[in-house]
Design a protein around this ligand. Structure first.
Ligand code: AMP
Length: 304
């Protein structure tokens, strides 16, 4: 099944306690599409970049069979640039600058060849734009949505409107607490279900993820990596692996949703091993399967 992804395509400057990378390819849609591309050959991207966007980046999308008909290139403009710096505790980061450039006027237009996509992933962006995308697509089977504290604080009412229309919301622990004013993540997850989504995924960084449905809770482990090199894009990669697996299998059963959460975690665990997209762009299906099985072994135990 095909996956439609809308979000930012960016240059990122990333500083970690160990190293620095200048203007590497990033953005939510880059991570989501690349992660999904390992599961389905029908990934379609909608985003905007400037005339400074390099041919090498276009080639990377092409090499992964990602359809970029929906990637608008504004020749006279500049590509979105984000600069972030991680603390020694890499769960914490500061945004040093956000130059929206052409992304400031992003008005997603869904090409007609994309409109029948069955799986839609709305990357983190203005909730009004997320709804404008949903108004342009024809009956998707599953709509997954990401968001961030910026929209929770600045466009709360609009975000609540979007939540009524999506099937899955992926949110991190701090954002879930902020959105619901609940300290307990269990209470927060259950409360977000009442806002509209049928599935709520709360990511807990290096502590795994929780999947809530009306009548179940699944606690997914995180992969205990010895070295996290750069956490940028881990959340977006998780979303890409999650929706990619569901699109590949076209199975929305409870057990398969759990597998999708693990595939999301598998892909995110690879992304953080190197800067930016470096690790994610050169993965193999064998590596993905190996780590999926390692997740299974790590969390497996039996009753006496
Ligand atoms: P994550 O680490 O999963 O939160 O995502 C990091 C990516 O989000 C980076 O590649 C950035 O380019 C992108 N990003 C940062 N700020 C924004 C924003 N305000 N809107 C859209 N994308 C952003």
């Amino acid at each position: 099944m095909s996956v439609l992804v809308i979000g930012s395509v960016a240059f990122d400057t990333i500083e970690t306690p160990f190293d620095k990378a200048e203007r590497c390819l990033g953005g939510s849609a880059s991570y989501i599409t690349l992660a999904s591309s390992y599961f389905t050959g029908a990934v379609r991207l909608v985003g905007v970049v400037g005339g400074d966007f390099p041919k090498s980046a276009i080639k990377m999308f092409n090499d992964h069979n990602i359809d970029i008909e929906g990637l608008e290139i504004v020749k006279e403009g500049k590509t979105f640039h984000w600069h972030g710096k991680y603390h020694f505790d890499m769960n914490m980061r500061d945004t040093l600058s956000t130059d929206l450039n052409v992304f400031a006027n992003f008005n997603p237009q869904i090409p007609s060849s994309y409109k029948a996509c069955k799986y839609v992933c709305l990357g983190n962006m203005d909730p009004d734009l997320q709804r404008s995308v949903l108004a342009q697509v024809e009956k998707p089977r599953l709509i997954v949505c990401d968001t961030m504290n910026f929209w929770i604080e600045s466009k709360h009412a609009e975000l609540m409107q979007t939540l009524k229309l999506v099937d899955v919301i992926i949110i991190n622990d701090a954002e879930a607490r902020e959105l619901t004013k609940e300290h307990s993540l269990v209470k927060a997850g259950k409360k977000i279900l009442t806002y509209g989504p049928k599935y709520v995924i709360v990511k807990k960084g290096e502590h795994g993820a929780l999947l809530f449905t009306k009548d179940s809770l699944f606690s997914a482990p995180a992969y205990p990596l010895e070295d996290v090199f750069d956490p940028t894009g881990a959340g977006d990669t998780f979303a890409g692996g999650f929706i990619g697996w569901l699109a590949k299998t076209d199975d929305l059963s409870a057990e398969n949703m759990r597998r999708a959460v693990i595939y999301g975690s598998v892909m995110a665990s690879y992304t953080v091993e190197k800067f930016g997209l470096e690790r994610l762009k050169d993965l193999s299906w064998v590596e993905i399967q190996d780590r999926f099985r390692e997740f299974k072994r790590l969390a497996h135990f039996e009753e006496v």
